[in-house]
Design a protein around this ligand. Structure first.
Ligand code: PEP
Ligand code: MN
Length: 337
């Protein structure tokens, strides 16, 4: 449930309520608005009587949150969450473009891509060092060497880096290198990994599993928020449907749905969402027009030679074209690039 403190409540009043919530065996989560403080009370609500909270001094209202996700819901926090990734703000007025190769392949490849995407206006660099591949016979990523190349590229270009973690045992290593840690679609419901990432002071990019519904997606975010990490960006990357002409079906309906139900930012990955480089530009336009807070785009200097996902990677030239086209659309949406 949510406790709404009245306007005159001081820090000390809030503290008293927080202590009592803890004494009752619940977890308090504070959200400070411009006028009022809201306290989320997380735990088994059957164990608490409404009066135990509603009669406390300066508690104006006690509202049950009926949705299974609580901290991720708009009921708990009305204002949009803004996630700060190495100084780049996701979820605010600017649309943030994250671009780079599917996999880090070599020093030259990652640096060349980073310089090209930066020049065209990308604000963060993506690149996988640990790759979840369908086949064990394909490139599995460079591992820590890939992370080192990403860090070196960050030093040279100033671009913050976004990279995927696949295993709990790699989380500390990842936190040393990455500015934002990506949870891939396959790990969206790896609750052990989510619980561990909740304890790390790094923003998380949470990709939707290809068969997850909206509620399941937000419940995965809830694992991060309830564990103490509120720096979460959601990412729609396509779901499995009966269509066979694209790799996945990009579910842009989820953008307005997430905006209604949650305060968390959401970005779109049209590269995995379509699997086709020639569909990436049109679907990027659509994503921004539907209200997405950013894009995750695969770019490779020579897609035909890419170690992974070449078919869906833009060349630096096409990426520039995309960025030029997006200016008009972001303006029309009252946002900037
Ligand atoms: C990726 O971003 O390279 C990736 C593997 O994405 P997903 O987890 O969405 O398949
Ligand atoms: Mn990929």
């Amino acid at each position: 449930m949510i406790l709404v403190m009245d306007k005159s409540a001081t820090e000390a009043d809030v503290k008293k309520v927080v202590l009592l919530i803890e004494e009752l065996g619940f977890q308090p989560h504070i959200s400070k608005g411009s006028e009022r403080t809201i306290i989320g009370v997380i735990g088994d609500e059957r164990q608490i009587k409404r009066e135990q909270l509603s009669l406390l001094p300066h508690v104006e209202n006690v509202i049950p949150i009926l949705k299974p996700y609580k901290l991720a819901s708009r009921d708990f926090k009305q204002s949009n969450t803004i996630v700060d990734v190495a100084g780049i703000k996701i979820g605010g007025p600017s649309v943030v473009i994250i671009a780079g190769p599917c996999s880090v392949e070599s020093e030259d490849q990652i640096l060349q891509t980073a310089e090209a995407v930066k020049k065209s206006g990308a604000k963060l660099l993506r690149g996988g060092a640990y790759k979840p591949r369908t086949s064990p016979y394909t490139f599995q990523g460079m591992g820590e060497d890939g992370l080192k190349l990403l860090a070196k590229t960050r030093e040279k270009t100033g671009l913050g880096i976004v990279t995927e973690v696949m295993d709990v045992s790699d989380v500390d290593l990842m936190a040393d290198y990455a500015d934002m840690i990506q949870v891939g679609a396959r790990n969206m419901q790896n609750t052990k990994l989510l619980k561990r990432l909740a304890q790390v002071k790094k923003p998380v990019l949470l990709k939707r599993n290809f068969s997850a519904n909206l509620g399941e997606f937000l419940m995965s975010a809830e694992y991060l928020l309830s564990g103490g990490n509120d720096q979460v960006v959601l990412c729609e990357r396509g779901i499995r449907t009966f269509v066979e002409y694209t790799r996945n079906t990009l579910d842009l309906n989820i953008i307005p749905a997430v905006k209604q139900l949650s305060h968390l930012p959401i970005i779109v990955d049209p590269s995995h969402g379509t699997g086709r480089y020639d569909f990436v530009i049109p679907m990027s336009r659509a994503a921004i027009a539907s209200g997405a807070d950013g894009l995750l785009i695969e770019v490779h200097p020579d897609p035909a030679k890419a170690f992974s996902d070449g078919e869906q990677s833009l060349t630096p030239g096409l990426f520039k074209q995309l960025m030029d086209e997006l200016k008009t659309i972001t303006n029309a949406m009252g946002r900037s690039l």
